[in-house]
Design a protein around this ligand. Sequence first.
Ligand SMILES: Cc1ncc(COP(=O)(O)O)c(C=O)c1O
Length: 469
Amino acid sequence: MRHYRAVLTEGGPVHDSVLDAVGATALVRLRRIVPEGGAPVWVKTEWTNPGGSVKDRAALNMVLEAERSGALTPGATIVEGTSGNTGIGLAMVAAARGYRAVFVVPDRTTTEKVALLRAYGAEVVPTPGLVPREDPRHVQLLAARIVAETPGAWLADQYGNPANPDVHERTTGPEIWAQTGGRVTHLVAGAGTGGTISGTGRYLQRTGGVTVVAADPESSRYGGGDGSPYFVEAVGHYLHPHTETDTWPAVFDTSVPDRFERIGDGESLRTVRRLAREEGLLVGGSAGTAVAAALRVSAEAGPDALVVAVLPDSGRIYLSKYFDDGWLTTLGFLDSPGDARRVRDVVGAYRPGLFVTPSTSTVACLRTALAGAPAGTAVIPVVAARHTDATTWSAPDVIGTVAVTDLDALDPSAEVGAHAGPPPPAVGHGEDAAAARTRIGDGPAGAPVLMLVDGRATTTTTRAALDQA
Ligand SMILES: Cc1ncc(COP(=O)(O)O)c(C=O)c1O
């Protein structure tokens, strides 16, 4: 490895308010994980914003614009539906400027993020994350209802508020241009609301013909995935199977990305580990997605290009997930240590499960399908409809099981989903098989147990099979 001289910078800016410390983040060069012969990759350290993420920029600008337009008046309540970082940015701005803040947060959000919102004095309203857009409990609908019911409340609306992408066009883009002396050739960023990539990308395309690459979770709808759930938070677009009209955020200018790089959860999370262990950069899952995409771009573009990736937040708020080896192993992202037999070694000889989708399959269809099923198939996992990747199923999509012995008693025209029991337990493919067996506890020896690879069910096993480990 080439060594370089580390320097400690002297002095630093002096600010009248914490809010003046938002933006003007450093660009840091990746030194060890970039492919040989590839383009240099520099990362925009957005987690160094005072609220801890890129969303500080949007939060501050949305509030300042609302004050300017009169939509937000002194002492009023700021409301937002947010998976975390926008809320944290808004909570910081609200505290610094004397507003009350209420946030509707999907229940998948990490406990660290929720605790942060509360630490800034904000109120948190949790709601189920995996519900159709039309469901009144949906994050956006619930936030809108709270605004309607709270006098003087203002909805920040990061998905529709032009002040979100505008701040990136005015600050993030010009910063990257200036910091690279105009040499940047590729911008890589994820899209949640699409604010970052639309604003930053628009500026860099206009100013320097920069190629804009969207780093998107593999199953996200944005990049052409099936919309099934994934484990990297805050980027991409999930589609609930019962959502009737799939609307994308108004602030996402889809004409900006020149292309999408689709990155699976496993690649994102393994990149996050490498960034921490090999570069000393402790960043979140969407930063892993962005860097994984940037490394692909680097290899392809060659040494004359210059790639900049936007790294939205820090790994500190994901310690219980992406940096927890137990979490990673039980979801099939990592092998457990040691050389005991692993789940995949035991499962090898076992039959794959027969998966059916609940609203497209009737009991009659299932009986027909069973005619070709392996002998002895006793219980069938039932998977949420529409997310129809033929070979793997995202674990949260598996909604239950149906016992084959029950089928004869059921109305042949009934939807299978209506008769599904609870979701089966799941084990990671690299887990120590005996430990996995202990972890899932007692239950019927022959009932299905899902085996997960990178968070997706690829096959089923049984307690009886795991007992042989
Ligand atoms: C961790 C993280 N990554 C990426 C994004 C996506 O940014 P944007 O909403 O600007 O597309 C967000 C937005 O909340 C985020 O919190």
